[in-house]
Design a protein around this ligand. Structure first.
Ligand code: NAD
Ligand code: WQD
Length: 338
């Protein structure tokens, strides 16, 4: 029996494949490579010394999915495949709803027709919108999202929960990630954004490697200690391990489960810049810009539930996150094109 990892060639997916293989699972990857390179999987194989079965396929392509489920013995799907750029989702809402929501509906339909009713889904802290109080727990209310991307996560949580409610044979594990950064310690796999990075850490590393002149900090008048936005950054290897731990709930037939995956500690933009500089010795020039639409002051996780129920907690701190992001970027200035 194998774990099917959709979006497994991507940033979080490739790191999760490593942890799954290291934990002894057989892994099958499906990815349409719209935001990734097959090279990530070649590097995963080098890290683990194990073969990855790969299908270049789209979750919207029912026939391709049928073929994979007919051929492979899948016991659980870890579902990363999706579009994730917040700004792009505002400009292209149809594409986001189609790819993320319609794609997941097709995937889940093929799964149930093949008797596979176990799914671990990549959700996001974005479902908490602008929280009333932090840290947020899984009981904190879901709020309005500020962009179509966020809504796809919020809607898919609802859709998968309803499917589980109607058919209790389903195990649906919703993992709400906070802000994944860092890379595998080998420096051979990591985040590889197309074009100008949307997220903070890849922007910092591209400034550090000389691809961009300076970092723009989006606002320093937030209600936070130094005025810049506060987030819960989590090492991608810890996040990947969270998926392996979450499989326990599938094995226990736990039904519907929701977990925050974060460290529980908030860092501001300036904290992260300072830690990056101290850890790597590379200076990051920056200037203060206007606030970015839709950004919130602060958010970080209460991840107690994952600790108590999954035995999972983040092992790596922000220094390791910075050092590992930098190792990846400095060894691969052009990502998988090098
Ligand atoms: P990523 O873009 O690196 O990985 C997503 C992968 O899915 C890519 O390899 C892409 O080619 C593939 N894909 C997209 N649409 C597909 C389709 N229709 N069929 C098949 N493959 C498809 O992104 P990531 O950062 O690794 O994120 C993985 C998941 O985690 C996404 O669902 C994302 O929304 C979610 N998430 C990410 C973050 C983050 O900050 N990175 C935070 C919370 C949640
Ligand atoms: C972090 C902080 C910015 C870039 C997004 C999605 C969320 C989730 C994770 C997927 C904020 C500031 C950023 C820059 C900056 N993704 N910043 N200059 O916005 O917390 O979350 O990614 O689910 O849904 O919304 O992450 O890395 O973009 O920003 O000052 O060039 O860095 O304002 O305070 P965010 P981020």
């Amino acid at each position: 029996m194998a774990i099917l990892v959709t979006g497994g060639a991507g940033y979080i997916g490739s790191h999760t494949v490593v942890e799954l293989q290291n934990a002894g699972y057989d892994v099958v990857v499906l990815d349409n490579l719209s935001n990734s390179s097959e090279k990530s999987l070649e590097r995963v194989e080098k890290i683990t010394g194990k073969k990855v079965t790969f299908y270049k396929a789209d979750i919207l392509d029912r026939e391709a999915l049928e073929e994979i489920f007919n051929k492979e013995q899948i016991e659980c799907v870890i579902h990363f495949a999706g579009l994730k750029a917040v700004g792009e989702s505002v400009a292209k809402p149809w594409e986001y709803y189609q790819n993320n929501v319609a794609g997941t509906l097709i995937l889940v339909d093929v799964m149930r027709q093949h008797g596979v009713k176990n799914i671990i889904f990549s959700s996001s802290s974005t479902v908490y919108g602008m929280p009333d109080a932090i840290p947020v727990t899984e009981k904190s209310p879901k709020k309005d999202c500020t962009n179509p991307y966020g809504w796809t996560k919020s809607m898919l949580e609802q859709i998968l929960s309803d499917i589980q409610k109607a058919d209790p044979e389903w195990n649906v594990i919703l993992l709400r990630y906070f802000n994944p950064i860092g890379a595998h310690q080998s420096g051979t796999i990591g985040e590889n954004p197309n074009g100008i990075p949307n997220n903070l850490m890849p922007y910092i590393t591209q400034v550090a490697v000389g691809k961009r002149p300076e970092l723009g900090i989006f606002g320093n008048d937030y209600n936070t200690p130094d005025g810049t936005g506060v987030r819960d950054y989590i090492h991608v290897v810890d996040l990947a391990d969270g998926h392996v731990k979450a499989l326990k709930k599938v094995q226990e037939n736990a039904g519907l489960c929701i977990y925050n995956l974060g460290t529980g500690v908030g860092y501001s933009v300036l904290d992260l810049v300072k830690t990056f500089e101290e850890t790597t010795g590379v200076k990051i020039p920056y200037s203060i810009k206007e606030r970015r639409a839709g950004d919130i002051d602060a958010n970080y996780a209460d991840a107690t539930k994952a600790k108590e129920e999954l035995g999972w907690e983040a092992k790596y701190g922000v220094k390791e996150m910075c050092a590992d992001s930098w190792r990846w970027q400095s060894q691969n200035p052009n990502g998988y094109e090098d």
